[in-house]
Ligand binder design. Sequence first.
Ligand SMILES: Nc1ncnc2c1ncn2[C@@H]1O[C@H](COP(=O)(O)OP(=O)(O)OP(=O)(O)O)[C@@H](O)[C@H]1O
Ligand SMILES: [Mg+2]
Length: 238
Amino acid sequence: MTTASPIVALRMASKTYGRGNARVEALKSATVSIQPGEFAAIVGASGSGKSTMLNLLGCLDVPCSGSCLLAGVETASLAVDQRSRLRRDTIGFVFQGYQLLERMDAWRNVELPLIYRGVPPPERGRRVERALDAVGLIDRARHRPGAMSGGQQQRIAIARAIVSEPPLLIADEPTGAVDAATGDDIIDVFHTLNRTQNTTVVLVTHDERIAHRCGRMIRLVDGRIVSDTPTDARRDAG
Ligand SMILES: Nc1ncnc2c1ncn2[C@@H]1O[C@H](COP(=O)(O)OP(=O)(O)OP(=O)(O)O)[C@@H](O)[C@H]1O
Ligand SMILES: [Mg+2]
């Protein structure tokens, strides 16, 4: 794959939920290409199709028509287990509600994806330490989620998402449950990963101010992409 190939792309992708009177066209003929190293935000009103689009990009769902290419592979043509393997090898996920396991400390939460992959203990330790260090929370390694602030829990969730060093990070409203200053800290973590590891980041946000800090803003209205433009953040970065 050359650097000109998108890491993920939608071509005329549509998603419809339900049928009859309950039919909702959540995404209408969306075409978008995300290049390796990009930092993009999807914005739009509630119900405009942001999560639907992110779920297609993240291979959590497949389009009803059109296509989604992830790492050059047409996701709809894959069997369910092939699709989950592709997802596991390519993408780290971060959600608004953190989804950490309460009974385990931060270290263990971050370590779990590596245990599932059969990574041996010494290597596991090195990777968990690197991930916790990347989010600035090595000193909270033995804290359980309940003993951490929302912003810290989200940073632990980011550490868990990056511990397998995926080329693509997908985040649905990662700053949705925290205050503005904490939200800025979380975006700083994504920025640093994007700059230093060249991790591609695609996130969904309601918050225009957050979106302006990402390099590219894709706006949805009523299931359609109405604009897709670089932001000042990218122009400033040159
Ligand atoms: N599983 C589903 N079944 C039926 N309709 C759905 C389903 N998921 C989403 N929808 C509908 O599709 C449309 C787009 O939903 P989506 O969740 O993508 O919006 P969103 O932009 O992420 O909204 P929010 O900002 O509130 O999270 C909405 O009208 C929603 O009601
Ligand atoms: Mg949503």
